[in-house]
Design a protein around this ligand. Sequence first.
Ligand code: 6PG
Length: 258
Amino acid sequence: MSQPNTTKRVVVKNSLASATHFVAELFQSTICEAVARNGSCSVALAGGTTPHALYHLMAFEAAIAELPWGSVDFFFGDERDVPPDHVESNYGMAQRTLLDNVPVDPARVHPMRADSDDMDEAAREYEQIIRRTVQQENNGIPSFDIILLGLGGDGHTASLFPGTEALKEDKRLVVANHVPVHDRTRMTITYPLINAARNVIFLVTGRDKAEAVEKLLDQRYDDDKTIPAARVRPTDGLCVVVLDKAAAANTNLKPEED
Ligand code: 6PG
């Protein structure tokens, strides 16, 4: 198999705030460039807690809030098996912090229906929505303009957790994935979809992520099953890993000037 032609860039900022602001500016430039080039922009948002501040900043920072939000197709990288209005819902979090606060086109916001009685069928339907909506392709796979990812302390990203079945998926773009550590099933995008993206952005902050970050940046873990995030290597895309100083504590990387 040909080696991916990934361009990986690691950016360390002094604080959570400056790391978040840096990613917001990346979103701004990438969305404007994609809409100017294509008339639209495709984005897959991350869940968890780290993106709260990013989504809020994008909604309320004057310069950024003026983006062509109505031309953006919003998807999600993963979702818990709860309804959209549940406190654990990644969609609900993005809705409260960003989507309800900027002029998106509701028809272009696509929550994952991970609360479906048949999550496997719902995942297949979600994949079809992606294939119908995201026009750019990379080797026949829809190529997102931006996929935002977080990193768990155990090295997971999206809901690609160590030792789970979804790590083996090399055809489907979206699957239901049982996560024993949570004893729950989640819906998640897979490596084929992630690695077809034009831009993958990791936003990772906090000292509790330092060990996972160390392994993420160590090429010895690139195919290791213990750090699923290390297998994110966009085939012909850019992977930007944005860290605050605390998350970079186990590396010799020094923060850029804010
Ligand atoms: C989720 C996320 C998950 C998250 C990491 C980091 O559904 O929880 O998609 O992949 O990005 O677990 O989570 P925190 O940002 O809360 O540390």
